[in-house]
Ligand binder design. Structure first.
Ligand code: SAH
Ligand code: SF4
Ligand code: F3S
Length: 454
């Protein structure tokens, strides 16, 4: 720790800005864990920070641009505090770290997605005034040292655990395998240890994450994803389990059965389809046809009749025609997802699809995308309306503007009125108002303390 003028130790402060998916969110939580172990404390605002870290995403072009504009802003921290360190990590750092240093020469520290555990050494180097750069192309075998650090989280009651890193799928449009490397499953014992820490820390909902969680164990050889689900459910204190992202190809009947059988596994699944047309699915190298995907959905609905579903869609993949696009629309109407995350295709340098030429102009694709989003808005609203007057189970995660806020097992956001403090409780809520993106209701019973009835 640095000594300030009066000899009093000044606590250093960090600020992390995170872009991208659940993997980056969890990495940032681990980074905060490392910084805590080094004596750092979180800053309320980036302007007060001694260390600013930008954890980047590169999945589409827009996030790339967002990073540069964020850095442009953060640069100003040095006006007041010339010794402040600015660092960049995550997927864009892994893919284009050196380029970034050229575009933003004031950046002091850059490290890749498998070098996070080296943050203490890199930080020392940067504090000495040197450029600290570590972007290893090969997987750093020592990356599992990260597992030793507990995460620092905003949410007290629900927590991510990374169970598999990387992705072996190589969908032709996707940068992730290049930024995150091959699949590496964490040992089950280490995962259970982390579950234990989290439960002891008050966590009730465990969210297992990976770019492709359903492939868990393939590289270990002796364990499968559904076995991990059972093992996690046996840790005392785990009240809810979720997992993201499942790949349709690896989602097997054993896993679906386990989802139905294990009481803590929530009735919700994010199962990205990307496109409805078989021709486009093939060009994307997704490894399934529309029919095969719909069969998985049918199986899910058979085992878990009240399951809520969400998906990801890419509109305007090279070669996609209006007829192909209509196949996606058909799937949306047939499945009736609770939520859809739809994006315009964005060519990523170095991926096979980036070599293909675009058939439709940007304007047409934008129209397709907005029509699709509008259709889905109505479906989401219709699905939400099914909750009117129903009583649902909610894990209350926060208090906001006089209301308690949490999620149903089906991942619906609920605002709750109650005179009691419900934070961290699993409560029964009677839904009395349905909005497009959330539900509202009254707490009728605390499940965690069955005896307490109102
Ligand atoms: N592993 C997950 C998705 C990871 S990336 C899976 O296989 O489903 C998150 C989402 O970003 C993807 O589902 C996809 O819809 C979107 N995406 C990925 N690459 C993209 C690209 N080049 N252009 C537009 N969207 C993309
Ligand atoms: Fe990307 Fe495909 Fe891997 Fe998902 S499964 S991360 S879309 S390569
Ligand atoms: Fe983005 Fe990397 Fe996740 S590219 S979507 S942060 S794995």
């Amino acid at each position: 720790m640095e000594k300030s003028g009066g000899g009093v130790e000044k606590v250093k402060k960090y600020y992390i800005r995170t872009f991208g998916c659940q993997m980056n969110v969890n990495d940032s939580q681990k980074i905060a864990g490392i910084l805590k172990s080094l004596g750092y404390e979180p800053a309320n605002h980036w302007q007060e920070a001694d260390l600013i870290l930008v954890n980047t995403c590169s999945v589409r072009e827009k996030p790339d641009q967002k990073v540069l504009s964020a850095l442009g802003e953060f640069k100003k921290v040095k006006n007041k505090n010339p010794d402040a360190v600015i660092g960049v990590c995550g997927c864009l750092a892994q893919r284009a770290g050196y380029e970034l240093l050229q575009k933003a020469p004031f950046v002091d520290m850059v490290f890749g997605t498998t070098n996070i555990h080296n943050l203490p050494q890199l930080l020392k180097e940067a504090e000495r005034g040197n450029k600290a750069v570590e972007i290893i192309e090969e997987i750093d075998e020592r990356e599992t040292e990260l597992d030793r650090y507990p995460t620092v989280r905003d949410n007290k009651y629900t927590a991510y655990i990374t169970v598999i890193r990387g992705c072996d799928k190589r969908c032709t449009y996707c940068i992730v395998p290049y930024t995150r490397g091959k699949e590496r499953s964490r040992r089950i014992g280490e995962i259970l240890q982390e579950v234990q820490w989290l439960v002891e820390d008050g966590v009730k909902e465990i969210h297992l994450i990976g770019q492709n969680v359903t492939a868990y164990g393939k590289d270990l050889g002796d364990v499968k994803f559904y076995q991990l689900l059972y093992a996690v459910s046996q840790v005392e204190g785990v009240e809810r389990i979720r997992f993201t992202t499942g790949h349709p190809k690896d989602l097997d009947e054993d896993t679906i059965k386990a989802m139905a059988e294990i009481p803590q596994v929530c009735e919700y699944l994010h199962l990205p389809i990307q496109a409805g047309s078989d021709r486009i699915l093939k060009a994307m190298d997704r490894g399934y046809t529309q029919k095969e995907y719909l069969e998985k959905i049918e199986l899910l609905k058979k085992y878990i009749p009240d399951i809520a579903l969400s998906t990801d869609i890419i509109v305007g993949f090279p070669g996609e025609t209006y007829q192909d696009y209509l196949e996606t629309i058909k799937v949306l109407k047939e499945v009736e997802y609770d939520q859809v995350f739809a994006f315009k295709y964005s060519p990523r340098p170095g991926t096979p699809a980036a070599e293909l030429s675009q058939t439709e102009d940007g304007e047409t694709v934008s129209r397709w995308l907005s029509d699709l989003i509008n259709l889905q808005k109505e479906i989401t609203f219709k699905k939400n309306k099914e909750y009117q007057d129903k009583t649902v189970e909610v894990l209350v995660e926060e208090e906001k503007e006089g209301k308690f806020v949490g999620r149903t097992r089906t991942n619906k956001l609920v605002h709750i009125d109650s005179g009691h403090n419900l934070l961290g409780e699993i409560v029964k809520v009677k839904i009395n108002r349905v909005n497009r993106f959330s539900l509202e209701g009254e707490a009728v019973k605390v499940i965690s303390e069955e005896a307490q009835l109102w």
